[in-house]
Design a protein around this ligand. Structure first.
Ligand SMILES: C[S@@+](CC[C@H](N)C(=O)[O-])C[C@H]1O[C@@H](n2cnc3c(N)ncnc32)[C@H](O)[C@@H]1O
Length: 221
């Protein structure tokens, strides 16, 4: 694992397996806040307090941790599911400065707990946040429940074309509740066309720093 510091001061890592970084080099925390928390979680929180989120590519745990903090701040109840094929170790995760960067250094132990706790079972971590992580490839994941928000945070299509297919998006569409959304940092034309093809209404939103656009797919009623 190669630890890097992104432009907003928050850490990320470089994947030697895929030859890409886990987050935008312009700011890991900034990107997560913009793409997943603002365009995904907050968008749904405007209309409901109970929100089921699934993240494709749990990775460093940054999105899960920020979601927990946001759920506590906004008095939500989030049921969070993280999918990860190649988990990091607790030792690797202990190097990340996310809690400090989020001005909550006292929550570093809560962040690490996401990495420490057992896979394949539900953990009620607070009255606002229930967490389950599955060690599996997305291709093999069979959801046992439906979701309101999908954080689609796979590596980019150039690095991992097998995860941006019509088959995968059709399965994710089926896993969404009515009015559910899929958010991703990716704004490639091909990806938007595939999302439309499987039934999503596709919105182009302003991207985080360093990216002109991002994408939100909405499942209609
Ligand atoms: C862009 S990184 C995710 C970053 C993560 N959301 C975070 O905040 O750190 C993509 C993640 O997808 C995982 N991954 C790669 N192939 C996968 C697959 N086939 N199924 C599930 N996860 C996969 C990688 O190990 C990596 O953790």
């Amino acid at each position: 694992m190669v630890l890097i510091t992104t432009d907003d001061g928050s850490h990320s890592i470089y994947s030697e397996r895929y030859g890409v970084t886990y987050h935008s080099k312009y700011g890991a925390v900034t990107e997560s806040a913009h793409v997943f928390i603002d365009a995904g979680l907050r968008y749904k929180a405007a209309v409901q307090r109970d929100i089921a989120v699934v993240e494709i590519g749990l990775g460093t745990g940054l999105n899960a941790f920020m979601t927990r903090l946001e759920a506590e701040r906004r008095n939500l109840h989030v049921r969070y599911t993280g999918i990860e094929a190649y988990p990091l170790t607790v030792k690797e995760a202990s190097a990340f400065n996310f809690a400090a960067q989020l001005k909550a250094p006292e929550r570093h132990a809560d962040f690490l707990r996401l990495h420490r706790i057992a896979w394949e079972r539900e953990h009620e971590l607070s009255e606002h946040f229930t967490f389950t992580k599955h060690q599996t490839r997305l291709e093999d994941f069979i959801p046992e429940t439906t979701f309101d928000v999908i954080y689609f945070d796979a590596f980019a299509p150039q690095a991992q074309p097998e995860l941006w297919t019509e088959d995968i998006f059709a399965r994710l569409y089926q896993a969404l509740n009515p009015d559910g959304v899929l958010v991703t940092y990716c704004a490639k034309g091909d990806v938007k066309r595939t999302l439309k093809k499987v039934g999503f209404e596709v919105e182009r939103l302003q991207g985080p720093p360093g990216k002109r656009e991002m994408t939100r797919g909405v499942r209609g009623e």
